[in-house]
Design a protein around this ligand. Structure first.
Ligand code: LM2
Ligand code: CA
Length: 432
């Protein structure tokens, strides 16, 4: 049986990928149903048009093409005023691999960041000719060699731990509520624990540990520090929707060998997986919509929604102003604002939190339906045929309208039944 998520009003995360601080601040008043907004890395980074420049830190000044320190601080305030917490993407396993001048003017050369880090603060693993990670079957190599040539911080040392903690504490002083720990697999769990122990106050932690079959380092060993992303969930969800039967989802989650529900952060896609095609993404149209609807309706893990920009090549960055700053977001342009179509389902999740799955039904194939106690009911039809039938809920009698974006209303009778036609590749979701 799939157990209930802990009671509590709001847990959904929205990843506003590459949104500038001004735009995040402007969006937060519409995000009152969310628990957290996850923002892109805020520290000084290498310059360039690609999206991934921000994953190459050159100093820990909160000054980036997403905005200044002052803009960051007012964004945090605006989100808090709307009741939304702020989760920051913390890039702490590495710095950039090159030399030059950063966004905010800091000069650096390979393994030398004046005032911050010097050569002894980095791993020099001495393998593979270029110090790069090659063998993911070797624990030591994954944590002590370089991820795509990025200078690997010696996170076992006192100085590096102290410097990273100082950066995270600076962000906490600006009011942030938690951290998405980038590249966590590349740091021993004990190093993350030691850094966490130096934080000035408690913070929500979600660690990015990409599951790899047969690898020695797995997501399970990081749960002592906080939550962990469950990549198997996102990959399997793509496979189930594209190649298998939705009926298989009846025990999705722990029943599939995933992390404990209370420690898993799940997603249909994130900024990496939408590019490497390991998951569904906005390019999958209605199937992407219904997969997110399933995720929000299903009580396993903490769901994270993606919200990014359209691109035609993987390195392509977001729209920039002439001065190199990321442009303000306007939904419907390059900015996809995927999350906006799920406002109703985020409400469904909040309304049904603390209830278990009840009354599962499937057609043995690609149509599934289930209740969430006496508070909600959802039908997902990923087949090519319309499905017209009566569904048994545990909900009080009344008229309810779809919140999953496809529209339509149904009358639930005094025995909990309603009749509805669910169109192909669509869904119907109602809640009290
Ligand atoms: C992550 N998690 O563990 C991020 O989610 C992911 O987006 C980051 O990769 C990665 N780890 C490092 O923080 C991205 C992007 C890479 C890009 C790196 C660094 O996916 O393509 O690498 O950021 O910016 C780029 C080049 C790569 C080059 C590297 C260093 O694509 O060819 O390696 O910069 O110059 C020589
Ligand atoms: Ca490392």
């Amino acid at each position: 049986a799939v157990s209930a998520a802990p009671a509590g009003p709001r847990d959904v995360i929205v990843q506003l990928f590459e949104w500038n601080w001004r735009s995040v601040a402007a969006e937060c008043p519409r995000l009152a149903n969310y628990g957290y907004v996850q923002v892109s890395p805020p520290q000084e980074h290498v310059t360039g048009p690609q999206w991934w420049t921000q994953y190459q830190p050159v100093s820990y000044q909160v000054d980036s093409r997403l905005g200044t320190r002052a803009e960051f601080a007012s964004m945090v305030t605006a989100c808090h005023n709307a009741g939304v917490k702020v989760l920051v993407d913390a890039v702490i396993n590495h710095t950039t691999g090159g030399s030059g001048t950063g966004w905010a003017g800091s000069r650096f050369t390979h393994y030398d960041y004046p005032g911050t880090y010097q050569t002894q603060d980095f791993h020099h693993c001495g393998r593979n000719g270029n110090d790069d990670i090659a063998n993911y079957g070797d624990r030591w190599e994954v944590q002590n060699c370089e991820l795509v040539n990025l200078a690997d911080l010696a996170t076992e040392t006192d100085h590096v731990r102290g410097r990273i903690a100082a950066y995270l504490n600076d962000l906490l002083s600006l009011g942030v509520d938690g951290f998405r720990m980038d590249a966590s697999k590349h740091m021993p769990a004990a190093d993350i624990a030691a850094i966490k122990a130096r934080l000035s106050r408690p913070a929500y932690i979600v660690q990015e540990v990409i599951y790899g079959a047969g690898e020695p380092i797995g997501p399970g060993e990081y749960t002592g520090n906080g939550d962990v992303h469950e990549f198997r969930y996102a990959r399997d969800l793509k496979r189930v929707f594209n190649n298998e039967k939705l009926a298989y989802l009846r025990n999705y989650g722990e029943g599939w060998g995933y992390l404990p529900s209370s420690q898993a952060v799940v997603f249909v896609d994130n900024h990496d997986t939408q590019r490497d095609n390991s998951t569904l993404s906005y390019r999958d149209g209605r199937r992407y919509t219904t997969a997110n609807t399933f995720m929000l309706a299903w009580p396993y893990g903490t769901p994270a929604l993606m919200s990014g920009f359209a691109y035609s090549s993987n390195d392509q960055g977001p729209p920039l102003e002439a001065n190199g700053r990321v442009s303000d977001v306007s939904c419907g342009s390059a900015w996809l604002c995927e999350h906006r179509q799920f406002e109703g389902m985020v409400g469904f999740r909040n309304a049904t939190r603390g209830t278990s799955v009840t009354g599962w039904w499937d057609d043995g194939n690609d149509v599934i339906a289930f209740g969430r106690g006496n508070r909600g009911y959802v039908v997902v039809n990923d087949s090519d045929q319309a499905v017209n039938r009566s569904f048994q809920t545990s909900m009080p009698a009344g008229n309810y309208c779809d919140v999953s974006g496809f529209g339509g209303c149904a009358a639930v009778n005094s025995s909990g039944w309603f009749t509805f036609t669910v169109q192909p590749h669509s869904s119907f979701a109602i809640h009290t």
